[in-house]
Design a protein around this ligand. Structure first.
Ligand SMILES: *Cc1c(COP(=O)(O)O)cnc(C)c1O
Length: 366
């Protein structure tokens, strides 16, 4: 499992040289785009009277002053993340959740009605929704029956208009890591941008790919503060990439995409790595407890190996068990309509009390 801290990562990242034709991949209108310039962008230096942004100079009705626009590039927060992850702050982009990181990738690289992207179902639903919102064609190359990447299938699906490949590892909803060797083959052979979504990396035995950013200019790694860090409500998704790709992200993003409250609260939360690391260990312990209890149930047919904070459980009748749990006020995720997930429920690891309650209720089923 990975600690929340990951200090041994690389120091200097590539700046767009090498085999990647970033110039060819970026949409023409984005290359030409003159980004919005905020009041705070245009003035650097010492300022004591701020009459440049039409804010309310008197203050805000709150105790903390929120009357000033926030730092558009969130430098303090980025330096804190850089310190924890060992990646230069210049190679970090922060999005309003990973959802924004995904959406902006489409808007930088994919011309609607022309370009296409590859996703590998069953996987996280936002890659497809975001493609549909942006009117970008999707090519689906399903995972193998063992939930691994179909490397040849992916490379066969590529054409001149293929811009992005989404790899989720550990994958949601299957909970497993993608084989590192397979990902490396793709990093070396896929002619577009590869986005590796590491939302669950803190629970994984697999090492993060952020250390590989120096090797692969086509690599974008996504992480989030929504899972192990316990900050889902603040909406903070993190993206690590080459300076060139980060510059494109900054050009396209809304000027103040991360609000001041989220920036301040995240900065405070990032000081509590020990707390987060303890939770990660506790989740792994609880996961093993749940696996043991679930395997004692006759209607449980398979528990897929999990490197995340949830289990994908195959049962005799997923719809019926889902309804039964719901009637007992326990909500899980019914994934049985997804490809390769016949009769599967996705169950998040809860607190010890919640997990006990789940096992008690589930024992009474049958
Ligand atoms: C939960 C999750 C995220 C997190 O999204 P946020 O918008 O950052 O909350 C990202 N990717 C995957 C695969 C997830 O399961």
């Amino acid at each position: 499992m990975n600690d929340a801290e990951d200090k041994d990562a690389s120091a200097k990242l590539p700046e767009g040289e090498g085999p990647l034709a970033l110039d060819f991949l970026v949409r023409k209108n984005i290359k030409k785009l003159v980004p919005y310039s905020t009041a705070r962008h245009e003035f650097t230096g010492r300022a004591s009277v701020l009459l440049d942004a039409n804010e309310n100079a008197y203050g805000s009705p709150l105790e903390d002053n929120f009357n000033r626009y926030p730092d558009p590039l969130q430098w303090q927060l980025k330096y804190a993340i850089a310190g924890i992850k060992g990646v230069p702050a210049e190679n970090i982009f922060i999005g309003n959740g990973s959802d924004e990181v995904i959406d902006i990738a489409y808007r930088i690289f994919c011309d609607p009605l022309k370009d296409n992207v590859i996703i590998c179902p069953p996987t996280y639903g936002m890659y497809e929704v975001s493609a549909n919102i942006n009117n970008v064609d999707i090519r689906k190359v399903n995972l193998t029956p063992g939930f691994q990447l179909d490397v040849q299938g992916i490379l066969n699906a590529v054409d001149d208009s293929t811009k992005l490949l989404f790899i989720c590892s550990p994958n949601n909803p299957t909970a497993n890591n993608m084989n590192r060797g397979d990902v490396e083959v793709l990093l070396n052979n896929f002619p577009g941008i590869i986005l590796i979504d590491e939302a669950y990396i803190n629970y994984s035995k697999q090492k993060t790919f952020i250390q590989e950013l120096t090797e692969y200019p086509n690599l974008v790694v996504m992480q989030t503060l929504s899972k192990a860090w316990g900050l889902a409500a603040l909406r903070l998704g993190i993206c690590y990439a080459s300076g060139d790709i980060i510059n494109l992200y900054n050009k396209v993003k809304p000027p103040y995409n991360i609000n001041e409250a989220s920036q301040e609260l995240a900065l405070e939360a990032l000081q509590h790595t020990e707390q987060v690391n303890n939770w990660i260990k506790e989740v792994v312990t609880q996961k093993n407890f749940l696996i043991k209890k679930l395997l004692e149930c006759r209607f449980v047919e398979k528990i897929h190996p999990s490197d995340a904070n949830f289990l994908l459980v195959k049962v005799k009748d997923a719809d019926a068990l889902y309804q039964y749990l719901a009637k007992n006020e326990i909500v899980v995720r019914n994934r049985s309509k997804e490809v390769l997930c016949d009769n599967c429920l996705r169950i998040t690891i809860g607190t010890p009390e919640e997990n006990l309650q789940l096992t008690r209720i589930i024992k009474a089923y049958e």
